[in-house]
Design a protein around this ligand. Structure first.
Ligand code: PEP
Ligand code: MN
Length: 262
């Protein structure tokens, strides 16, 4: 299998100046792109705090069809401009096979969301384009199922896959999901692909994000991705888990300190 680790050199995946598999990569930005000045303000703030890649959703996979669905093409344009202004490459989620090729013209990295992890036609489509892909773990998926999805992408000719643990459903309700920390070293035993952690969706609670970022780095994560908003109370999606700019700054500082000991 293409994903299998056995003796293969660990993959290094470049996105702008960031390299997954070589130092800790920090992805930060809002859940959704909401306006031109919102994404620009957060882009400049996360860049100043040490982020490597700017995130922002333009197409949102919302649980309810009546919730904010994202700004689409307009959102992507705002995100791309903000990334350029801040000097950061951008990542955004793609939901539909029909959007892959044109979204790839705007974004330096494509995200496959947890809900689409096993959308095999979407996996094949991103496998045909030459952009690095962040493959989030499905909320009901085993490691083997997740790695098979990476295999689908790689089998189409795109070896640039980064895995992202984002929490799985358990019986616990205090947290939004249960961040499976052991998946990080486990997947590194099974595969040569880089793996990052998403403590934002993994916990759904601001107070738990910093400890889980630090724990993820200690567990060997190649990066973290977190949601940051200039005014979390007003965020149009995922407001209970959005960090303020200053909370992000503190987390970035601490994970960089911990990285030095790894
Ligand atoms: C997101 O990153 O905004 C997102 C929707 O994540 P997930 O697919 O992990 O739920
Ligand atoms: Mn979100």
């Amino acid at each position: 299998k293409l994903v299998a680790g056995n003796g293969k050199e660990r993959s290094k995946i470049e996105v702008g100046n960031a390299v997954f598999g070589e130092g800790l990569v920090i992805i930060a930005g809002p859940c959704s792109v909401e306006s031109e000045d919102q994404i620009l303000e957060t882009a400049l703030a996360v860049k100043a705090a040490g982020a490597d890649i700017l995130r922002g959703g333009a197409f949102k996979p919302r649980t309810s069809p009546y919730a904010f669905q994202g700004l689409g093409l307009q959102g992507l344009k705002y995100l791309a401009r903000a990334g350029e202004a801040a000097g950061l490459p951008i990542i955004t989620e793609v939901l539909d096979t029909r959007d892959v090729s044109w979204v790839a013209e705007f974004a330096q990295m494509l995200q496959i969301g947890a809900r689409n992890m096993q959308n095999f036609s979407l996996l094949k489509e991103v496998g045909k384009c030459q952009r690095p892909v962040l493959l989030k773990r499905g909320m009901y998926s085993t490691l083997e199922e997740w790695l098979n999805c990476a295999e689908y992408i790689m089998n189409e000719g795109n070896p640039q896959v980064v895995l992202c643990e984002r929490g799985i459903r358990s019986f616990e309700t205090y947290t939004r999901n249960t961040l499976d920390l052991s998946a990080i070293p486990a997947v590194k035993e099974l595969s040569h692909l880089p793996v990052i952690s998403d403590p934002t969706h993994g916990t759904g609670k601001v107070s738990l994000i910093k400890p889980m970022c630090l724990a993820s780095v200690a567990a060997g994560a190649d990066g973290i991705t977190v949601e940051v908003h200039r005014n979390p109370a007003e965020a149009l999606s995922d407001k209970d888990q959005a960090l303020t700019h200053s909370q992000f700054e503190e987390i970035a500082k601490e994970v960089r300190l911990l990285e030095r000991y790894m």
